[in-house]
Design a protein around this ligand. Sequence first.
Ligand code: SF4
Length: 376
Amino acid sequence: MPPQRDIGLYIHVPLCRQRCHFCAFYLEIATPARIEAFLSALQRELILYRQQNLLAGRALQSIYFGGGTPTVIPALQLAALLDRIRNLYSVTPDVEVTVEAHPSTVTPSDLMILAKAGFNRISLGAESMAPQDFIPIGRPGTISETEQAVVNARTAGFSNINLDLMYGLPGQSLASWTTTVQSLLRLNPTHISCYALTIEDHTKLARDIAKGLVPAPDETLQVEMEEAAETVLASAGFTRYEISNYARPGYACRHNLLYWTDGDYLGLGPSAQSYVAGSRFGNIADLDAYAGQLRNDRLPITDRRVLTNEEQQRDALIFGLRLLKGVSNNLAIEDAGQRDILTQLTERGLIVNEHDRITLTPLGRRFADSVASELF
Ligand code: SF4
């Protein structure tokens, strides 16, 4: 019997206090009624999957509460939810349990409750350490709230703290970005994610750029910012292990590694995506429709696809290439069509195939999405 793949659970909370100007995710504004609707439907979804025994007894090696903003849900209710998950599913003794949080949504006592409940990793959306960067992107909150949230999280017992940053923000200079990264390092996180701002259609930011109110991102500057971040973070002891992710030794995010190392994940909540035992499936992106299906004891899945072995290999290659260590070349060369594409990508200097591994070159990392779509 082949070894069973690692599996994690993802809980998607599609609720925020307000919508940031760049955000195109499905989400709703958090009110007590919407939080209640979400939580009661989620309980039903957890039970239905447990009854179906989809995980076949496999223990969860990670649980990740993402969003949206999971911490718009009161901490005691998040703690109760985690408790419920542990009662319904097996977890490994060293399970990684992450909660994403907006710094303005967590008080010291919330953080104490979450740490005591078993959350052992927190991911705070810092986005920038320069207050002027928040205005064009409509990101609420202040820099001091970020700083205070990190201090409070550590006091509560979180020793594994991720901080998210965005670069290429309107009006942001290379010098200001470098200062942001350096200021963030003073907070002593274990993990940092750096995402380039992308402009999504139908967002307020896209409309503001079209009206000339806000400058469009400069791709050349974004590349310089990415290089600067890698240099500053490397000199501070962080290893870049994925295109957007840097960690101190031993602190790579175990849950996100599942996505890039061909692991399984079950996603619950409106719009959550899953990959379990060779099937990809996704939930409906509408809280009322999601809750309605679950009230009738039906899983709120809108699309499901069983992947062939070749498709599974292709996906493992595409996602694995996001890792700096790439993928084993044994994985990729079974399919003749993909072998041809890989040869072309090599000739164009986007990937290298050496020491039994295929990796993106620095140029390939810049065009990672195009590489992925060519391989798809
Ligand atoms: S906090 Fe995140 S999910 Fe919520 S609106 Fe802002 S970017 Fe979107």
